[in-house]
Design a protein around this ligand. Structure first.
Ligand code: FES
Length: 69
């Protein structure tokens, strides 16, 4: 997940990033344990707020990491 975060240059101010990454890892592990692919609805279920509005890059990083974890 951290590698995907760096690849997509997700962080802006960085304030929310530790929580975003932890939530993303937990989500991907949950989806993986259910034996299915991550969906847009799964990512939409994350409720961490980013005041910098990096949601598009967060989404890209999660999709990439889900394929590699
Ligand atoms: S990167 Fe600034 S609050 Fe998310």
């Amino acid at each position: 997940m951290q590698q995907a975060w760096l690849k997509y240059d997700v962080g802006q101010c960085g304030y929310c990033q530790p929580g975003q990454i932890m939530a993303a890892v937990a989500l991907v592990k949950q989806i993986s344990s259910e034996g299915r692919q991550i969906s847009d609805a799964d990512i939409d279920s994350l409720r961490n707020i980013c005041r910098c509005g990096t949601y598009a890059r967060i989404r890209e990083a999660i999709v990439e990491a889900a394929g590699n974890m």
